[in-house]
Ligand binder design. Structure first.
Ligand code: MF3
Ligand code: CO
Length: 250
C-alpha cells in the first residue's frame, strides 16, 4: 500500500472523527480517579465512543479484546483492561483510543498522572508530549517524513530518555494503520516527501530508562525491559501546505 492523499470530503470526515475522539479523551480525563479498575476505564470509553455514533476501532483489531488500551507505569502501550488492575495515587496511566466515524479513523493517546506523581514521572509525561510538538514542527508539505522522526527522538534523548524503537506511528484513514510507518528517532533515509492531504498518527513512546521493550505473555502488553516508567502521547494530524492541523485536539 502507498500513502493515501485524502480528498476534501475525506478530510471533513477525518476532522469529525478527530473531534469526537478529542471529546472522548476529555470525558475519560475527567473520570480518572484512584481506585478505578482499568476495565472500568475501558467500559466508560466504549460507551462514550458509541454515544457519538462511532465504533471503537481497537475492539477486536487483530484480536485485541477492548476499546481502550490502558497502560500503567512501566507498561508502554497496548495494556489490556482488567477488573483486577486498580489504578492508584502516583501511577501514570496511558489511555490510547481510536474511533471510526463513517468509515474514517482517528487515533490518539494521552498519559495522565493519578493524583500526585513523582517529579520524575511528571517530567517524563511533559517531555513525551512536547516531543510530539517538536516533531510536528516539521510536518508540512515539502518536508520529509523522517524530519518529524528525528525531531521527536533528538528532543527526548536530550533528557537521557530511551526512545522506543520497536513501535512506530502510522498513516491513518479508512484503515487504522496505513503507510507510512513513522519512527520516533532519526533514520538513515529521509523518508517519503510530505504532501497536503496526508493524515498521520504521530505517537512518541518514551521511557525514563533504556529504549528496550518486551511483550508480556498476553501477547499485547508492551513493557519496558528495565522496568522504568514509560509515557505515550499521540494525535492524528493532517498535513497541509502550512502548519499541520491536529485533528484530535481543539
Ligand atoms: N495507537 C495504537 C496503534 O496505533 C493502538 C492500536 S491498539 C490495537 O497501534 F489494539 F488496536 F491494536
Ligand atoms: Co496509533
Amino acid at each position: 500500500m502507498s500513502v493515501t492523499i485524502k480528498s476534501q470530503r475525506e478530510i471533513e470526515l477525518m476532522r469529525e472523527a478527530g473531534r469526537i475522539l478529542y471529546e472522548v479523551h476529555e470525558g475519560l480525563r475527567k473520570e480518572l480517579k484512584p481506585g478505578m479498575s482499568t476495565w472500568q476505564i475501558d467500559k466508560l470509553g466504549e460507551e462514550m465512543i458509541r454515544s457519538y455514533g462511532c465504533e471503537p476501532s481497537f475492539l477486536n483489531y487483530n484480536g485485541y479484546p477492548a476499546s481502550i488500551c490502558v497502560s500503567v507505569n512501566d507498561e508502554v502501550v497496548h495494556g489490556i483492561p482488567s477488573k483486577d488492575r486498580i489504578i492508584g495515587e502516583g501511577d501514570i496511566v496511558s489511555l490510547d483510543a481510536g474511533v471510526i466515524y463513517k468509515g474514517y479513523h482517528s487515533d490518539a493517546a494521552r498519559t495522565y498522572g493519578i493524583g500526585e506523581v513523582s517529579a520524575e514521572a511528571q517530567k517524563l509525561m511533559e517531555v513525551t508530549k512536547q516531543s510530539f510538538f517538536e516533531g510536528i514542527k516539521y510536518a508540512r508539505e515539502g518536508n520529509h517524513l523522517h524530519d518529524i522522526s528525528a525531531a521527536i527522538g533528538n528532543y527526548a534523548r536530550q533528557f537521557g530518555y530511551g526512545v522506543v524503537e520497536d513501535l512506530v506511528g502510522h498513516g491513518i484513514g479508512q484503515h487504522l494503520h496505513e503507510d507510512p510507518n513513522i519512527p520516533n528517532f532519526p533514520q538513515r533515509r529521509r523518508g517519503v516527501k510530505l504532501q497536503a492531504g496526508m493524515t498521520l498518527a504521530v505517537e512518541p513512546m518514551i521511557n525514563i530508562g533504556r529504549p528496550d521493550v518486551c511483550w508480556l505473555d498476553d501477547d499485547w502488553t508492551v513493557v519496558t525491559e528495565d522496568g522504568t516508567l514509560s509515557a505515550h502521547y499521540e494525535n492524528t494530524i493532517l498535513i497541509t501546505k502550512g502548519e499541520p492541523e491536529i485533528l484530535t485536539l481543539r
